[in-house]
Design a protein around this ligand. Structure first.
Ligand SMILES: Cc1ncc(COP(=O)(O)O)c(C=O)c1O
Length: 393
């Protein structure tokens, strides 16, 4: 049956995910998928988490299954973690979410009216597009340097147009793999303060660093309290936790709480208890050590395979963490058009244009290295290179 009911304006702004449709084509078990965005399934902390969940249920009994407020212990742990990363905060500045996508939704509703200007990167995670363009905002885009992150001059130009907010990904950008340089983090906080623009710092990936120097978040330089930091347990622990956090000025917490209650009443408090148990037993550090070692090996394998098979044809980013590599091919190749040929050769990727807010970037692709074995990476890149070579002839 087809409904004839009128729908809200917001629904009209939302873009259907062409990427999702496209990936439905890539379901054969023979396909090596470099298209995903998942941590390695075989290295998720299954047994540790099972034991933590049992501990919580045995110790806390029915209380663990009841309606209850956000876990103060978990918020305290997060406040200490953020303080150690250079962000001055305490438990009252921390709000638990069901992950960064929910954090993005809450903050866009807190800060942005329909038709207000919002700044996002020309190439960015589709969930960031959903909470800005997807809510009817007037979107101003800024380019991103593939070595150092967002272009500061362009950001300042955009700030002169009085946007309400800018959304940036500081570490191991999705889909570009690049991180903001230390200098740019500091400069962005200063620009935001000068122009009175809120920054939403969307950071699901910083704990996934396997090389290079750890950098403080933009929020660490935020003297004016205009930066809202979003952290997530999805990639550092497991996506199914559906837990993340916002660091925000404490006087906004009542508004954030009410806004959040319009989506759901609370993130699972059972999961909050179990995650706190995991963290308080000191299990995060060994888990991250293992995971990052695996990601490092897989990233290096991908770099080697790209060099071997595409060295003279393409260039790509060199991520020091996270999950993604961004590849730029010769201009005459359209990676949407090429996708069918790649799937026919049993290899899949995400066409870069699906992240391009203003269009273009048709000769780019995002590759994932975390959820494929080194052998699959070698074979996948070899197959991909064969396809690319037939399209460059
Ligand atoms: C940049 C970025 N922001 C937010 C999210 C959503 O993360 P979460 O699982 O915490 O909702 C993702 C997920 O891939 C992402 O890449």
């Amino acid at each position: 049956m087809l409904t004839t009911l009128p729908l809200s304006e917001e629904v009209a702004y939302l873009k259907r995910s062409v990427m999702r449709d496209l990936l439905k084509l890539a379901v054969s078990p023979d396909i090596i998928s470099l298209a995903g965005g998942l941590p390695a399934s075989e290295f998720l902390p299954l047994h540790e988490f099972q034991q933590c969940l049992n501990t919580v249920l045995e110790r806390d009994g029915a209380r663990a299954l009841q309606y209850s407020p956000q876990s103060t212990e978990l918020r305290e742990w997060i406040a200490a973690y953020m303080t150690q990363r250079g962000v001055k905060c305490d438990v009252d500045d921390i709000f638990i979410t069901s992950g960064n996508q929910q954090g993005l939704s809450i903050l866009s509703r807190l800060l942005l009216n329909h038709d207000d200007a919002a700044v996002i990167e020309q190439i960015t995670f589709t969930g960031i597009q959903q909470v800005t363009a997807g809510r009817g905002a007037h979107v101003l885009t800024v380019p991103t340097d593939l070595q150092t992150g967002v272009d500061l001059d362009a950001l300042e130009d955009a700030f002169r147009e009085h946007p309400r907010l800018a959304v940036l990904i500081p570490d191991f950008h999705n889909p570009l793999g690049v991180s903001l340089s230390a200098h740019k983090r500091q400069a962005i906080a200063a620009l935001a303060a000068r122009y009175g623009v809120a920054i939403i710092e969307d950071d699901p990936y910083s704990a996934l660093r396997f090389a290079g120097e750890t950098l403080p978040p933009i929020k660490a330089y935020d003297e004016a309290d205009v930066v809202f930091y979003l952290g997530s347990f999805s990639k550092m622990l497991a996506p199914a936790m559906r837990l993340g956090w916002i660091v925000a000025p404490r006087e906004l917490m009542p508004k954030i709480t009410v806004l959040r209650e319009s989506f759901d009443l609370e993130s699972s408090t059972l999961t909050q208890r179990a995650v706190y148990e995991f963290l308080s037993q000191g299990l995060l550090e060994p888990h991250l050590k293992r995971l990052n070692a695996v990601n490092h090996e897989r990233r290096s394998t991908m770099m080697d395979a790209l060099n071997e098979h595409l060295g003279d044809l393409a260039h790509w980013t060199q991520p020091e963490g996270g999950l993604f590599v961004w590849v730029t091919l010769p201009e005459n190749i359209d990676t949407w058009v090429m996708f069918g040929s790649a799937v026919a050769q049993n290899v899949a990727y995400i066409p870069g244009a699906s992240f391009a807010v203003d269009g273009g970037f048709t000769n780019t692709m995002r590759l994932n290295f975390s959820n494929v074995s080194p052998a699959q990476i070698h074979e996948g890149i070899k197959r991909l290179a064969e396809v690319i070579k037939t399209w460059t002839l």
